[in-house]
Design a binder for this molecule. Sequence first.
Ligand code: SF4
Ligand code: MG
Length: 315
Amino acid sequence: KLDLAAKLARKLGADVKEEVVHAVDKVDLRVRKGEVVGLVGESGCGKSTLGRIVAGILPQSDGEVFWKGQEVGTLTGEAARQSKLQRQMIFQDPYASLNPRMRVADIVGEAPLVHGLTRRSEFDTYVDDQMRRAGLDPAFKRRYPHQFSGGQRQRIGIARALAVQPEFIVCDEAVAALDVSIQAQILNLFMRLRRELDLTYLFISHDLSVVEHLSDRVVIMYLGRVVEEAPTETIFRRANHPYTRSLLDSVPRIENRKRAFTVVKGEIPSPLNPPTGCHFHPRCPLAFDRCKAEAPALREVAPGHRSACHLNDAA
Ligand code: SF4
Ligand code: MG
């Protein structure tokens, strides 16, 4: 069953110096119920914009987002409210999204109370359950966010998201700011919650090695377009697209994971003025004449495996 489908003809993103960035361009993303999809690309590729659109916190200017078969723009009243609650987002920096003046109990319990998922009389038990589920000791619920470590703050963000009983969670670089050992704990928590709560995830990361063990399927983006999409094992064993292959070559080893992420040779071109044809051509070691002139279509190269590269036409 298809849980989420986003067909974005063109998303007009944030204004940058009064110019308009085409943050996401002709993207077709589908996530099935219970599936974990990894969305990978370098910063500025549009993955966060896409994540915000499908989580319902950023409107798309063009295109459609379907949730459980219904176009979310057509929903009103209770149906619109439900569809928003069912899609939650977890961010890289939980501290920035946690109100520093609120106690953890209120951070976690406020939305469920407002939306009638719990009552005043059951509030404490409800909050305790959410905190335990996210691996936090309810004894600390009277504390403020600054009294917790980075990993614990991310758990507060997770408890808050879970508290409204979502079905689909978009994690945007949810472990990127954490130490490697803490990253592993939080990734394990996400996997456990998936099993226990039957969750569906869109897991956004610049780091292929982060999505490897978590994702069933991986979608690779480059400058606003999907360039490759396949089951995770296929991406790691038989990647088709030259960009994906160069990302794989640069997957950092555990010991230098904290180093700045250096990928493919050459600068990432500005999304304000993307290269003609295949956006990747200035950095692609295999580029040929046609790449500069014509954008390759995303095409099936094997069942369930799609790639956008002119080299696939030669065969
Ligand atoms: Fe490289 Fe051309 Fe394929 Fe783009 S279309 S990835 S430039 S070979
Ligand atoms: Mg981002």
